[in-house]
Design a protein around this ligand. Structure first.
Ligand code: SF4
Length: 266
């Protein structure tokens, strides 16, 4: 008996087929494809976010974590400043392991200056670049005593004049210690801004300026922490966890690993 030829699938039949991939995790793209997607994104090749999309993204960040907190342990503005200086090219967890012993001995600029560089170096030797950092911690402590009456100044220029303090550190201190709506762009925020297309820029300063322009004012105070935590735990450098990302439908990254339809944001 002759075998029946299978019927060709009509476009109607195709259209009625359920899209099994909708909203589910897609095949994870290989690292090369993800790198390519990151390069495209960094070159500003992604569609711009609309105001409504940006507002929606931050509305979701705020709903998920209304009062986000940084992860560097500190007791006061001075210990915050020291912890941020120590965190350059190091993890917050690594810094948090070393600082309790340091801050138990010195939690003011006067005490830190008295402790001396050799002792500070010994207490922070588990942190990368500890020799330079110990020198800077002592230098900034002395400067705070000599020029600012032992207080951390609420002033960007004065902060940036301290040894080991750059724009990013000043932004963190202004944000956490003084409640200024600054956005400190670290490696995580730089990646998230460029990858998602939310704030594309060649340098951290460019990304900071773009974020200050596009983030709605009411979300600016916490934007720094939302984006850092998001980059640290969800939009990871090597393998972003798109399948559990709360802005996956808004994200413009071509390397996304979920087939989620774009959100209908007006
Ligand atoms: S979907 Fe989310 S986790 Fe994935 S790249 Fe976009 S922002 Fe990052």
């Amino acid at each position: 008996m002759a075998r029946k030829k299978p019927k060709p699938k009509t476009s109607r039949a195709k259209a009625s087929r359920p899209n099994r991939n909708r909203g589910k995790a897609a095949r994870v793209k290989p690292p090369k494809a993800r790198r390519k997607a990151d390069i495209r994104a960094a070159h500003g090749a992604l569609p711009q976010w609309t105001k409504a999309e940006i507002d929606e993204a931050f509305r979701r960040f705020a709903a998920a974590n209304p009062v986000p907190k940084g992860e560097l342990e500190h007791i006061n503005p001075f210990t915050l400043l020291v912890a941020v200086v120590l965190s350059a090219q190091a993890t917050d967890a690594g810094v948090n392991k070393a600082t309790p012993a340091l801050f138990a001995l010195a939690d003011t600029p006067e005490q830190m200056a008295k402790l001396g560089e050799a002792k500070v170096r010994d207490l922070i030797k588990t942190i990368g670049l500890y020799r330079t950092k110990a020198k800077n911690v002592i230098g900034l402590s002395k400067q705070l005593v000599e020029r600012h009456g032992g207080k951390v100044p609420h002033d960007r220029a004065a902060l940036e004049a301290l040894p080991g303090v750059g724009r990013k550190t000043a932004n963190v201190v202004l944000n956490i210690a003084f409640g200024e709506p600054t956005i400190a762009v670290d490696t995580h925020i730089f990646r998230v801004g460029n990858r998602t297309g939310l704030a594309v820029g060649k340098t951290p300063y460019d990304v900071e300026m773009k974020l200050m322009e596009v983030v709605p004012e009411k979300y600016r105070l916490h934007a720094h922490h939302w984006l850092i935590l998001f980059g640290r735990y969800t939009c990871l450098a090597r393998r972003p966890l798109c399948e559990r990302c709360l802005i996956a439908d808004l994200c413009k990254w071509p390397g996304k690993t979920v087939n989620i339809p774009a959100a209908a944001v007006p």
